[in-house]
Write a protein that binds this ligand. Structure first.
Ligand code: IPE
Ligand code: IPE
Ligand code: MG
Length: 243
């Protein structure tokens, strides 16, 4: 398959769900003597383009890691800059879902976010809930461990209420109580920036994901890098414990 002169693996070798750890914004900005927030701004623009590329390529679900439960440790000014970016970005997201029919979900706990931001996030989710196009998950105040604790709490409450029996809890029941319920697990997780770790992203869901770590910083990431990761994925032999 070829798009805009970029060669891509055939459809049957493409991942259904791609996870992206959008890392390296700060280093990108520092390299050019700009404030870290400038890196986040460029990173948000790159995200918009990559979602479009994934849609064109035929990927069904994209999950992007935007802000982790650990990122609150950063200087307050940087956290505020990221939240303000999200605020302005939400308007673009709303236009995008209307135009491209994408379904948007935010993964993570919205409670500590500003009320206006929460409301806008919920509005975009509700407005796009019946869209049948690409599914776009944006992980904001997301942590894989926090997500699992939340699922455990839900299951415990249901057991206390006598709705379920603890010994009958299955992997599927736990999966159904995660933010990604109803979606396939990520087949491919891409992490740019040179770091080679999960950083609490999709801890449960990535059990059999293929990882592609790349040396590019996220604000420099483009369709060619995406194609490179997709080719690398297509070459992998996924066994899922079999032979
Ligand atoms: C990723 O880029 C964006 C967020 C975590 C919000 P970073 O801000 O982590 O960039 P580096 O890793 O410091 O370069
Ligand atoms: C992971 O990046 C979180 C996001 C990209 C949103 P970090 O930059 O926070 O991860 P660490 O600190 O390098 O593990
Ligand atoms: Mg980082």
């Amino acid at each position: 398959m070829e798009q805009q002169g970029i060669s891509l693996p055939a459809q049957e070798f493409l991942p259904r769900h791609v996870g992206i750890i959008m890392d390296g914004n700060g280093r990108w900005a520092q390299k050019q003597g700009l404030p870290r927030s400038a890196g986040h701004k460029k990173g948000a623009e790159v995200f918009e383009q990559i979602v479009k590329d994934c849609d064109e390529i035929g990927i069904k679900v994209v999950t992007a890691y935007a802000f982790s439960t650990e990122n609150w440790k950063r200087p307050q000014a940087e956290v505020e800059a990221i939240m303000n970016l999200l605020r302005s970005y939400l308007k673009r997201l709303d236009a995008m879902q209307k135009k491209d029919n994408g379904r948007i979900r935010f993964l993570g706990d919205k409670t500590p976010l500003d009320a206006d931001l929460r409301r806008m996030m919920e509005e975009v989710e509700a407005a796009s809930a019946n869209n049948s196009g690409i599914e776009i998950n944006i992980a904001v105040n997301y942590g894989g461990r926090a997500e699992l604790v939340r699922a455990a709490q839900t299951l415990a409450r249901q057991a206390m209420a006598g709705e379920i029996v603890p010994g009958d809890i299955t992997e599927e029941m736990l999966s159904d109580r995660l933010y990604t319920h109803g979606q396939p697990d990520p087949d491919l997780i891409i992490r740019p920036s040179g770091e080679e770790r999960l950083s609490n992203f999709l801890v449960w869901q990535s059990a059999y994901a293929e990882f592609v770590f790349m040396d590019v910083l996220w604000p420099d990431f483009n369709k060619e890098h995406l194609a490179e990761a997709l080719w690398e994925y297509a070459r992998r032999n996924r066994r899922f414990g079999g032979v």
